[in-house]
Each structure stands twice: as structure tokens, then as C-alpha cells.
Design a protein around this ligand. Structure first.
Ligand code: PLP
Length: 458
């Protein structure tokens, strides 16, 4: 059968990202064949609501003919143009300009990449260059946040603070440091916003002192931590961290690879607290996942320092596919869709999603519900008082994902029993309600899991 032979070919040849190769070989691939709106169809014809927009990226939803036409038109006219040698293409120039118009503050300069990881990697290169240009080469230490995710390049994976990205890879580098996350549900200082903000500021201050006050180049944050389990900082946290970095002459980098392009409501989550970072990374929703692209946004002062520092010398950073015209044409079309109703729909759908997920708090397994806009999570526990996570033996990532799949819902099930939601912004009310209903059904079934029942009794 079509799909059985694909399973065999996949097992034999395709290496999957962030997977146990052995357990993938055992369980086999699930093949998706088509998609429309917020619905994906697998090789058996089963239809599911994609509650995770692929990998938090298909913000516009699937099957937009206008995006397909924009890509096809560009491929016919000019499928490739290098941005090296002083060359360029109209869509890339226009997209950079449209994005600069909408970006927070003076983030007026845009460097296009192929995705989020090389956007993060690019920031590290630019930041080193910046400090060298300022005559401060000793500012070569980088700080990020526990539970943070900043991609899978060697450098970005070191800024990432998730164990699977370090173990066996010899990471992080000794110039990459972390401070504890704001993670309100499991924060030793409790869940008071003020206490959490104070604790983060104190941690950053002591980290800087420990490293050496004139050594820190930059501090990286996600406005909402995504892959760490959708951890939403208290209101004011982002702004407080930004101001602290400004006072200490440390570059502040906002990684908006997930939060950008309407995921939390506006085009950029930073603007919700009127935060203007020195550099900002984006990807995913930039092209809504239709083709690969990422972007680094640079504030005027960073750009000017780098440009002046280099003078007539070439700044040796670039990719063959930097500023790819087809990706840029898609980006321009997607931007139009966001502004012609998608962002507004996302805000409405996001409110309904949060209300719906909040209604699950009465379920015996739901310990926490959190999120903003169309980015949310519920955290499952077997004991609400002690906040005891689901036992590893219950294999939350596999079993809950499988149950939800059977119930017609794609979600992200993290290994620690956190369920992540990032549906396309085009979701209807009916689809949002179905996401919530199918989650409840999945949780009811999880209550019957022998490993969960055993843990609930103890
Ligand atoms: N930064 C953040 C915050 C991310 O969530 C991701 C991916 O999920 C990345 C960077 C890396 O992006 P990519 O997977 O496109 O390389």
C-alpha cells in the first residue's frame, strides 16, 4: 500500500528532527497528504484539526491560493537572485521595507535568513562584530534563559536551555550562560508577578557580576518561551529586562521566531509592552511556513556601528539563499493576509481558545492553563496541590499525542506532560471549540492510562 511503502522508505532513509531514531523506527512515520484552512489530512484519509499550525508556523492556515500564486509568479519571473555582489530582487527589497515600517521602534534594517536557527546564529555573529567595532572585543559572553529555545545550530543550541540539545553535543560553550526562567507555575519565589520580575533582575545582575561586568555582549529572551512549554512571563517582565540591559550597555535580543506574526495578537509580541530590542529574530509566520525564511531585525545604532566598523571591508556573513525572492514574494502576500483580517481573527479566536482551555481547569489532570492569543498550553499533573508532573512511564509525549490524533486533533505533547497549542489564526469558532472538546476527551482517556491511574492513587 502507498502509505506502508512510504513508512518503510521513511524508516530506511529519512532522518527526523528532534526524535529518538530508534523509537521512530519502531513506531513509523505518519504521512500527511493535504491540508486546507486549519485541517490536515493523513494518508488514510483521516482529517484532523491542526492545533499546532505545523510547528507553530502555518499562521495563515493551509491552502491559500494567493500565496501559491505569489510563489509561482515569482518562480516564473525570477526564481533566484543572489543578494551578493550588490544585486537584489524587488520582493526582497519591498519585504524588508514593509517589515521595517511595522517593526517596533528603529528596527529598520532586515537581514533575511532561511529560518529561525540561522537567524539566531546570525545575531551572534553580528553582535560579536558590533562589539569589536566598538573596540570592546572582551564583550564576548552571552546570556539566555533556562527553558529557552533559540534553535538548533551549534551556537543557537548552546543558547537554548533544553537538555536534549546539549547532551552528547558538547554544549553549551563556556561563553554561553543562563539565568532561571520566570516559569510562574514552578517558580521557587511563587507566582507573584513582582516577585518573579525581581528574581529575574537579581539573577541577571548576579550573572553579570559573576561573568565580569564588562564581559557581557547580549541577553536573549523569547517574549513567551515556546519550546520550554509555553511559559508566559508576567506583564512588565519583558520591559524590565529590556531596561536593565539598556542601563548596563548589554544588547537585548528578542527571539520572536514563534511569537512574531500574530501568534500572540499583534505582528510582534514586543510591541505589547512597547519594548524595542536591539536585535529581533523572526521566521515561521513570516512566510506562514509555505517556504523557508527567517529575518534578523537590527536597530539603527547596531547597523551603523557595524557598518562604520567595517568601512569599505566586506562583512563576511551571508548565505546563498539570503533574501530569496520566492520566499520574499510569499512573505509579502502573507503580510497582506495578516492585515486583511487574519490578525483580527486570531485575536478573536485566541480569546475563545483561552476561555475554552480555562474551562478545562476542573479536569483532575489539569494543573495550569496559560497562554496569550493563539499560543497556549495546559500543564498536566497527577496531584494539583503538590503540582506533581505526570510520571515518565506514562510517556506523555507519545501516548497523549496518539490519543489526541485518534480524536482528530494535532497538538504538541511535551515529555513533561505539557500540551502546547498554536492553531492557525484562521480558525473558526467551531474549530476552536472542537480543539477544546477533543482535548477534554483526550484527557478523560489519559485518566484511564494505567500508569497515570497508578500515579494518581499514590
Ligand atoms: N527561536 C525560537 C524561539 C524558536 O522557537 C525556534 C524554532 O522553533 C527557533 C529559534 C529556530 O527556528 P528554526 O526551527 O526555523 O530553525
Amino acid at each position: 500500500m502507498y502509505s506502508n511503502s512510504l513508512i518503510e522508505l521513511d524508516r530506511a532513509h529519512l532522518i527526523h528532527p528532534v526524535a529518538s531514531y530508534r523509537s521512530h523506527e519502531k513506531h513509523g512515520v505518519r504521512v500527511l497528504t493535504s491540508a486546507k484552512g486549519a485541517t490536515v489530512t493523513d494518508a488514510s484519509g483521516k482529517q484532523l484539526i491542526d492545533g499546532f499550525a505545523g510547528l507553530w508556523c502555518v499562521n495563515a492556515g493551509y491552502g491559500h491560493d494567493s500565496i501559491v500564486e505569489a510563489a509561482a509568479r515569482q518562480m516564473r519571473e525570477l526564481p533566484y537572485a543572489t543578494a551578493y555582489f550588490g544585486l537584489g530582487s524587488e520582493p526582497a527589497i519591498r519585504l524588508a521595507s514593509e517589515l521595517a515600517d511595522r517593526a517596533p521602534g528603529d528596527l529598520n534594517h532586515v537581514y533575511f535568513t532561511l529560518g529561525g536557527s540561522d537567524a539566531v546564529d546570525s545575531t551572534v555573529r553580528f553582535i560579536r562584530y558590533y562589539w569589536n567595532a566598538r573596540g570592546r572585543p572582551e564583550r564576548d559572553q552571552f546570556i539566555s534563559v533556562e527553558q529557552g529555545y533559540h534553535g538548533s545550530s551549534t551556537v543557537g543550541a548552546g543558547l537554548t536551555a533544553l537538555p536534549a540539545f546539549h547532551a552528547g553535543f558538547g554544549l553549551p560553550f563556556d561563553w554561553q550562560h543562563k539565568i532561571p526562567s520566570h516559569y510562574a507555575y514552578r517558580n521557587p519565589v511563587g507566582d507573584s508577578p513582582q516577585a518573579i520580575i525581581e528574581a529575574s533582575l537579581t539573577a541577571l545582575k548576579s550573572k553579570i557580576e559573576a561573568i565580569g561586568p564588562d564581559r557581557v555582549a547580549a541577553f536573549y529572551v523569547e517574549p513567551i518561551q515556546g519550546s520550554g512549554g509555553v511559559l508566559v512571563p508576567p506583564k512588565g517582565w519583558l520591559r524590565a529586562m529590556r531596561e536593565f540591559c539598556r542601563e548596563h550597555d548589554i544588547l537585548f535580543v528578542a527571539d520572536e521566531v514563534i511569537t512574531g506574526f500574530g501568534r500572540t495578537g499583534p505582528l510582534f509580541a514586543c510591541s505589547e509592552e512597547e519594548v524595542v530590542p536591539d536585535l529581533m529574530t523572526t521566521a515561521k509566520g513570516l512566510t506562514s511556513g509555505y517556504v523557508p525564511m527567517g529575518a534578523v531585525f537590527m536597530a539603527d545604532h547596531v547597523y551603523e556601528t557595524i557598518a562604520d566598523g567595517a568601512g569599505a571591508t566586506a562583512i563576511g556573513h551571508g548565505f546563498t539563499y539570503s533574501a530569496h525572492p520566492v520566499s520574499a514574494a510569499v512573505g509579502l502576500e502573507v503580510l497582506k493576509l495578516y492585515e486583511n483580517g487574519l490578525l483580527d481573527n486570531g485575536v478573536k479566536a485566541g480569546k475563545r481558545l483561552m476561555q475554552g482551555l480555562e474551562s478545562l481547569r476542573d479536569h483532575p489532570l489539569v494543573g495550569d492553563v496559560r497562554g496569550r492569543g493563539m499560543l497556549a498550553a495546559i500543564e498536566l499533573v497527577v496531584d494539583k496541590v503538590n503540582r506533581t508532573p505526570l510520571p515518565a512511564s506514562a510517556e506523555p509525549a507519545r501516548r497523549i499525542f496518539d490519543r489526541a490524533w485518534e480524536n482528530g486533533l494535532v497538538i504538541r505533547a511535551f515529555a513533561n506532560g505539557v500540551l502546547g497549542y498554536a492553531p492557525p489564526l484562521c480558525c473558526t469558532e467551531t474549530e476552536i471549540d472542537a480543539i477544546v472538546d477533543r482535548t477534554r476527551l483526550t484527557l478523560d482517556e489519559t485518566l484511564e492510562d494505567p500508569d497515570v491511574r497508578r500515579a494518581l492513587r499514590t
